[in-house]
Every structure is written in C-alpha cells, then in structure tokens.
Design a protein around this ligand. Structure first.
Ligand code: SF4
Length: 493
C-alpha cells in the first residue's frame, strides 16, 4: 500500500471509531503504543486500551497507536514510529514477538539493541508473553516490564520526565526494580537478574475498559471490561492459574459504574476474564445487565459454573454461540490435568444452553498433553459426538440445526506450571494426533474442525521456555520473511 492509500485507510478506520484521543504531536513527550498484530485483534485487547488510557490521561505525555496491518505511522497524527520518544509493545502471545521486531525494522529502527544509539526511541515490551519469559527479547528490548502495568507504567513515564528523556539514565534508574528487567551487555548472566514481577494486589480503581469503540473488531462497538485477574483454578498446563496469583476481581459496584459511565457510547459490554464464572458476583452483574437491557458477551465460560442468569443474559443479548473448553473428553484425564469438571457437567451446560436458545457451540480441545494416548483422543471424539446429538435434537425441535466448531490447540509447556518440564511431542507426532482426532469427527454433520499448526506450537514452546538463543528464531523469521516452519528448521540446524 502506498503512503497515500495508507493514510486513506487509516482515515476510513478513524471515522468509524468513537473515543479516539487526539493531542498535538510535538507538544509533549510521546509514547508509541504498538500492538504487534492487526487492528482487528488489537482493538479487542485490554492491554492496548490500558496503555492508551494511562499515557493520555497524563498532561505531560501523548500516546498514539500503531498496528501491524499499516506501515509504521501512527493512527492519530500519521507520525512515523521513529519520531516517538518511547515505544511500548503490549504482547499477549509469544508468536507476536516477531511482529514487534518487524515493526521496528519497517520503521528503520534496528531491532537488535546493540545496533541502536541514544538517539533511538526507548523500546519497552510488556504483557503476559513477556512476563512469562522475557529471554527471547533480551537482545532486542531496552526494557521489559514484568507483571501488572498499573504499578510499572507510571514509574516508567515519571522516570522519563524526571531524567528529561536521557536513555542511559532511565535504564540505570529502573534496572533491578520490581517489574523492570533492563538487559545489560552481551555477556551478562541474564537469568539471575530477572526481577520479580509487579503485582497489583488490590485491584483498586475502576476496571480496565475500552477507551475507543469500533465496528472493525471481534467484539464490534463493544466496551470490553476486565472482570478478574489471575484464576482460582490450577489446571496443570496453564500459565495464568499458577503464575498470576492471587486471584483478584472487581466488585459489582465498580463494574456497574463503568457500565453506567459508558452507557452514552454503547449498551454492549464484553466481560473479559480468564475465569469469568469464578467471579463471586457474576449472577448479580448479569441480573443488573438484564434489568438495564444491556447486551453482554463473554470471552469463554466454564461449563461447571454456567448458571441460569448467565445463560439468560446471553440469550437476551442475542448471543447464539456458547464457547466452552472441555480440553479433553476423558474425565479421568481431565482430572489428571487438575481441571475439575466432568463430561456430565459439560453435557448439562450444553443441553441447558441449547434449550434456552443457543444455536452454535465452540469447543476447545488440547492435543499432545502429557499422558495423552489414543484412548484420550477417542474420548474427546466421543464427547463431541454426544454434544452433536444434543445439538441435532434441539435444532430439529427449533427447525434449525446450528454448528459445532471443534478448535484444537497443541500442548505448550509453560514456565512455573507442573507441566513446565514435560516434553511437547514432536511435530510429526502432533500431526498424527490431530489427524486421528479429525478423522474420528469427519463423518459427523454440523461439526467443523479448526486445526492447529504444529510448527507454531513448536516455536511457541521454544519461546515460552527457551533462553536468549531463541532470539535466532525471531531473527531468522524477520530477516528472511520466513514461515515459522522454515525459521524453526534453520534454528535447529
Ligand atoms: S485453563 Fe482456565 S480455568 Fe484452568 S487455570 Fe487456566 S485460566 Fe484457570
């Protein structure tokens, strides 16, 4: 796309947005908020909204947004990335690491830290993927922010102001502080220097919510709202459950206050949480939303806590798809994964949802988990068959049979979990497991199989658990504009 067509595309996007924040570029120190993926995904990312709100709520800073589907110019003032003082990358997934480097490269900023000078912007990365394992980005970033941004972002911006933006002084000031991982020189013993993550224990203040709304995203014109942080469950494969403790939640009053405050912009709210049904006041919140005629959507729901008020608000809001994560179809195996949920509870949730008016289902399964054999894969297929029978039966009564999407992901060992040291099966093994699962569902009508990419899972595993050397995979990927498969092959040789 030419620069002119880029600007036109950005202009069209902004005319559809509400809540965009404009300040005069050049009048204040500037932060580029770079989401390392496309606009459609970034607009539904609460980490991005948090940065946009926090930076711009200050009178001494300005923040503008960048996305991967545009050249590196800001949406608000069409300014090039290399003109900003600080670059902030909120990174939810490991595979987005490569997009960060690509964005820098496209902006003429050397991705490797050793190739940059004092004159280049200060480049910072944060978010779950960085907190989980900052080492793949060690050679690229000036600062990596670990943990909750409420505690770290104000310190970073204050330090910038206090040092008048002198990069070396900023790095010296922050090095070793809780939540700030500031890399040293090439020969550093980096692992011993990873600081503790910052934990915002109290979750005081209003919940993080959408600053701007747009129809051009997964949740169109919806105000996303953070319900909880962490998770009270401890599924053995899951990073969040084991590493984002303690489980915290926003109270009914603060959640409904956001709903009231944003009611002039929208009546649609997306409740975001890794464990929304663990919120102790969820039913009360749903009943409030019913009374106020608000439309509510959820990121995903746990089948064992699917209450009638939750189903009720889904139906009233016009939601037609129920998203559940059985992970496996074997109760025994699910128990071994420390996921306390049974097939009976899943089938009951499905039946109640379909009876109430849900039409489609999305089911998440993980393949390649430690201890998984052919029997566990068959059990997952059997659970889908049972769910499909309920879907068809309820659909016939209604005169329309919906669809089940079976979405697969592969096991990726995560640091700080009981499965951290468990091996991920090899790529050909992962492919076979997926083929076996797919084959057992192929003949089943109304079921759509959404496969996972085993190469991406293999890269994800290295980026989640690997050391500084994994930077090579990222460099391979961006230098040659390679697929993950090829970038991984070069890393191994
Ligand atoms: S998989 Fe879901 S329920 Fe289990 S620990 Fe993780 S976030 Fe919590």
């Amino acid at each position: 796309m030419t620069s002119y067509s880029q600007r036109s595309a950005i202009g069209r996007l902004l005319t559809k947005e509400r809540g965009t924040i404009y300040k005069v570029f050049g009048s204040l120190p500037s932060a580029a908020i770079c989401f390392p993926n496309i606009y459609r995904l970034g607009a539904s990312n609460l980490g991005l909204h948090f940065l946009y709100q926090t930076v711009n709520s200050r009178s001494d800073f300005l923040g503008e947004r960048f996305f991967c589907d545009f050249q590196p110019i800001s949406l608000e003032n069409c300014q090039p990335l290399n003109r900003f003082n600080i670059i902030l990358f909120p990174i939810p997934y490991e595979l987005d690491f490569a997009n960060c480097l690509e964005m820098l490269h496209c902006a003429g900023i050397p991705p490797l830290r050793k190739d940059r000078t004092e004159a280049h912007p200060i480049i910072c990365a944060g978010g779950v993927a960085v907190t989980m394992n900052p080492l793949p980005l060690y050679d690229f970033m000036d600062i990596m922010v670990l943990g909750d941004g409420e505690l770290t972002l104000p310190v970073l911006l204050d330090t910038f102001i206090g040092t008048k933006g002198k990069k070396q002084e900023i790095l010296q000031t922050l090095r070793g502080d809780t939540g700030f991982f500031v890399p040293g020189d090439e020969h550093d013993d980096e692992i011993s220097k990873i600081p503790r993550r910052a934990i915002y224990h109290d979750l005081i203040g209003p919940p993080i919510s959408s600053v701007f709304l747009t129809p051009e995203t997964e949740f169109p014109d919806t105000c996303l709202l953070e319900m909880t942080r962490g998770c009270p469950y401890n599924c053995a494969f899951c990073y969040i459950g084991h590493n984002q403790k303690p489980f915290r939640f926003h109270h009914f009053e603060s959640i409904t206050q956001v709903m009231k405050d944003k009611s002039s912009m929208t009546n649609r709210f997306g409740l975001i949480s890794s464990a929304v049904t663990a919120h102790p006041e969820l039913d009360k919140i749903c009943e409030y939303a019913m009374r106020e005629r608000l439309d509510i959507s959820f990121s995903s729901l746990r089948a064992d806590h699917l209450s009638d008020p939750v189903i009720g608000i889904l139906i009233q809001s016009g939601q037609r798809t129920l998203t559940l994560a059985p992970e496996t179809g074997s109760d025994e195996f699910r128990n071994a994964l420390a996921k306390s949920m049974t097939n009976d509870e899943i089938l009951d949730a499905v039946a109640r949802g379909l009876k109430a008016g849900i039409v489609n289902l999305k089911l998440y399964f993980i393949l390649g988990l430690p201890g998984e054999g052919a029997g566990e894969i068959e059990a997952s297929a059997e659970l889908v068959r049972k769910i499909q029978r309920i879907l068809v039966e309820e659909g016939r009564k209604r005169g329309h049979i919906g669809e089940i999407i079976v979405a697969v992901s592969f096991f990726v060992p995560k640091p700080g979990t009981p499965f951290a040291a468990k091996p991920q099966p090899g790529i050909s093994d992962l492919k076979k497991r997926q083929q076996r699962f797919h084959a057992s569902l192929r003949a089943l009508p109304h079921v759509r199989f959404q496969p996972a990419d085993p190469y991406e899972a293999a890269v994800q595993m290295r980026l989640s658990c690997g050391g500084r050397d994994t930077a090579k995979i990222l460099l391979n990927k961006i230098k040659g504009r390679l697929s993950w498969k090829t970038a991984l092959g070069l890393f191994k040789t």
